[in-house]
Design a protein around this ligand. Structure first.
Ligand SMILES: *Cc1c(COP(=O)(O)O)cnc(C)c1O
Length: 387
C-alpha cells in the first residue's frame, strides 16, 4: 500500500501523531490478512449494512438520455442511506482491534458523524463528534440523530465554523488523546495511511460492480461515474476497475453558475498541503484556502484525496465539474424517471452520466455510483425549486 501516489499523499503531521498513524497502518495490514477480521467485516456489512447493494438498470433515465445504458450502483440502500457506512464500519473494527475505546470524527453536513455514531453504538465504542457551529445550525436533524445514537456533539466555534474547522478540532483532540482514541476520518483524504485505508474499505463498491457486470454482461462496464468530495465513494468505485478497460469519470461540484471555484479542487485548484496530505487544493496565490460553494454539503471541501490527484495527472481517470443548477435537474430526472430520490452529491454524477450516455451507443454500459439517498436534502431542494 503506497504512502505516495506519484508526488501526492504523504503524512504532513505533528510528531505526536506519527506513532498513532504507524500503529493504524500496522493494525490495518494485519487485519487485511486475518480471515477472522474479514469474516467479521463481511458479517456486519451484510447483516447490519444491507450489502451487497443492487446494480439497477435505470431504463427510463437511459431512454431520456437516448444512448448508452445507465446502471445505478445503489449505495443509497446501505444502512444510514449512504456509502459512508462502509468506511465507518471498517475503521470502527480497526479501533476495536487496537483496543481503543473512544472514537472521534469530524462532520460537515452530519452524514459522516451519523455513520460514526451508528458504528460506535453497534460496536460499543464511546463516540464524540466535532461539528462547526454553522453546520449544526444548518443540519439540526443530523445533530439529533447523532445524539440519539449516543454520541456527544462538540460545536466548533473557530474559523468559518464549518467542516475545515471541525477537522482541525478533531486533529487537536487526537493529538491530546491519541492513546485511547481513534480518529475515524470520513473520506479518502488526510495523512497516510487514511487515504489507503478508506479506499480499501470503500472498494467493496467497485468489487460488487465488477462482479455484477461480469454476471450481467460478461465484461466490465464501459464507463464508471462517481461524484468526488473528498473522493471516497469515487475511489471505492474506481479501485477494483483500475486494471480493466473501464473509463473512469469523477464529478466535482462546480457550485452555482458563475462562482469562481465551486468546490472543484481538481478542476480549479493546484497542488498544496491541506489536512496532512499533498494534493490539489483550492487556494489563493498566498496559499490561503479559498471559500468553496456547493449546493451539496458532502462535496463542499477545498481539498481532495491524493490518489485522485495522481489519477488525474496520469490520465487514468477524467474529472469534470457540474454546476448546482445541473445537479438539481438530474435530481429531478431520477425522481421522475425512476422513483428514486437521490442525494444532491450523486445528482452531480447522474448529470454527467446522462451527458456521456447521449454520445455513446446503446450497447455501452455506464455505471453511476448512487452514493446516497436524498432525504437529508429535501429542504435545500424545496428552497431551490421554490416548492
Ligand atoms: C459525504 C458524501 C459524499 C462525498 O464524500 P466522498 O468521500 O467524496 O465520497 C458523496 N455522497 C454522499 C451521499 C455523501 O454523504
Amino acid at each position: 500500500m503506497p504512502s505516495r501516489y506519484g508526488p501526492y499523499g504523504g503524512a504532513f503531521v505533528p510528531e505526536t501523531l506519527v506513532p498513532a498513524l504507524e500503529e493504524l497502518e500496522r493494525t490495518w495490514k494485519a487485519a487485511r490478512r486475518d480471515a477472522g477480521f474479514r469474516r467479521e467485516l463481511s458479517r456486519y456489512s451484510r447483516s447490519l449494512g444491507g450489502r451487497p447493494t443492487p446494480l439497477y438498470f435505470a431504463e427510463r433515465l437511459s431512454r431520456r438520455a437516448g444512448g448508452a445504458q445507465i446502471w445505478l450502483k445503489r449505495e443509497d440502500l446501505v444502512h444510514g442511506g449512504a456509502h459512508k457506512f462502509n468506511n465507518a464500519l471498517g475503521q470502527g473494527l480497526l479501533a476495536r482491534r487496537m483496543g481503543k475505546p473512544r472514537l472521534i470524527a469530524e462532520t460537515g453536513a452530519g452524514q459522516h458523524g451519523v455513520a460514526t455514531a451508528m458504528i460506535g453504538a453497534a460496536l460499543g465504542l464511546r463516540t464524540e463528534i466535532y461539528m462547526g457551529e454553522v453546520d449544526m445550525e444548518r443540519q439540526r436533524p443530523n445533530v439529533l440523530r447523532m445524539q440519539l445514537l449516543g454520541a456527544e456533539v462538540h460545536p466548533v466555534t473557530s474559523g468559518q465554523r464549518t467542516l475545515k474547522d471541525a477537522i482541525n478540532a478533531a486533529l487537536r483532540d487526537w493529538i491530546a488523546n491519541v492513546r485511547t482514541t481513534h480518529y475515524l476520518l470520513g473520506s479518502a483524504v488526510g495523512p497516510h495511511p487514511f487515504p489507503a485505508i478508506v479506499a480499501d474499505f470503500q472498494s467493496v463498491i467497485g468489487r460488487e460492480i465488477a462482479r455484477a457486470a461480469t454476471r450481467l454482461w460478461g465484461r466490465p462496464p464501459d464507463l464508471a461515474v462517481a461524484c468526488v468530495g473528498g473522493g471516497s465513494n469515487a475511489i471505492g468505485t474506481f479501485h477494483p476497475l483500475l486494471r480493466t478497460r473501464t473509463e473512469l469519470l469523477g464529478v466535482e461540484a462546480g457550485g452555482p453558475r458563475g462562482h469562481p471555484t465551486g468546490a472543484a479542487s481538481l478542476a480549479r485548484g493546484r497542488p498544496g498541503i491541506l489536512h496532512g496530505t499533498y494534493s490539489y487544493v483550492l487556494q489563493d496565490r498566498d496559499g490561503e484556502i479559498r471559500d468553496t460553494a456547493s449546493i451539496s454539503a458532502g462535496l463542499d471541501y477545498a481539498g481532495v484525496g491524493p490518489e485522485h490527484a495522481f489519477l488525474k495527472d496520469s490520465g487514468r481517470a477524467r474529472y469534470v465539474a457540474v454546476h448546482d443548477e445541473d445537479a438539481l435537474r438530474a435530481f429531478r430526472w431520477l425522481c421522475e424517471d425512476e422513483g428514486i430520490i437521490p442525494a444532491l452529491e450523486p445528482s452531480h454524477a447522474i448529470f454527467a452520466a446522462v451527458r456521456e450516455a447521449r454520445r455513446r451507443p446503446t450497447s455501452h454500459h455506464i455505471v453511476v455510483t448512487l452514493s446516497g439517498r436524498g432525504d437529508k436534502d429535501l429542504e435545500v431542494v424545496g428552497r431551490a425549486i421554490g416548492a
